[in-house]
Design a protein around this ligand. Structure first.
Ligand SMILES: [Zn+2]
Length: 164
């Protein structure tokens, strides 16, 4: 699908442990349904618009179906968490990285600490970055049954359902 330019708010803060600066990028709060996905300790990014994404709703329904078939209770919140944690399996690799929607950018690239100072070390700025758009070419060619089988395996491997 190629790359797009998106506008992000940039904050630079220091790692609490080693003192190295790290830039953090945020989409506008009004960018409803849009997500910036962090890859490789947030040294790479990808973009998705979940409202326009053609598989997201069907995927969510599929997870619901599988949970119900396995008599697993869930709330909207746990469902969201499970979808967030597993939706990457529908996505093509980006620069050989697996897309993981649950990865956060709160990790120092140098020492891997997840703790950062509170104060910005430079004024917050709005910048434009070019990022790849998440695609589903592999997912697209599968039948719904094949997809459901993969989702089931993923839920088992993430301990969301037990193999019966
Ligand atoms: Zn550090």
């Amino acid at each position: 699908m190629g790359d797009i330019n998106i506008r992000v708010r940039k904050e630079v803060i220091k790692c609490k442990k080693c003192g190295n600066p790290k830039s953090f990028f945020y989409l506008s709060d009004f960018a409803y349904g849009q997500r910036l996905i962090f890859l490789k300790d947030a040294t790479k990014y990808a973009f998705i618009n979940l409202i326009e994404d053609i598989y997201f709703l069907d995927y969510t329904n599929m997870v619901k179906e599988i949970l119900s078939e396995n008599s697993i209770d869930f709330t909207n919140e746990t469902l969201d968490d499970i979808v967030n944690e597993t939706y990457g399996i529908t996505c093509d690799l980006i620069d050989e990285c697996v897309v993981d929607f649950s990865q956060t950018q709160k990790k120092c690239n140098v020492c891997h600490s997840t703790e950062f100072e509170r104060n910005l070390i430079e004024p917050e700025s709005l910048i434009e970055i070019e990022v790849p758009v998440i695609s589903h070419n592999r997912w697209e060619v599968m039948s719904r049954d094949e997809r459901k089988e993969i989702v089931k395996k993923e839920l088992i491997s993430k301990n969301k359902i037990l193999l019966i």
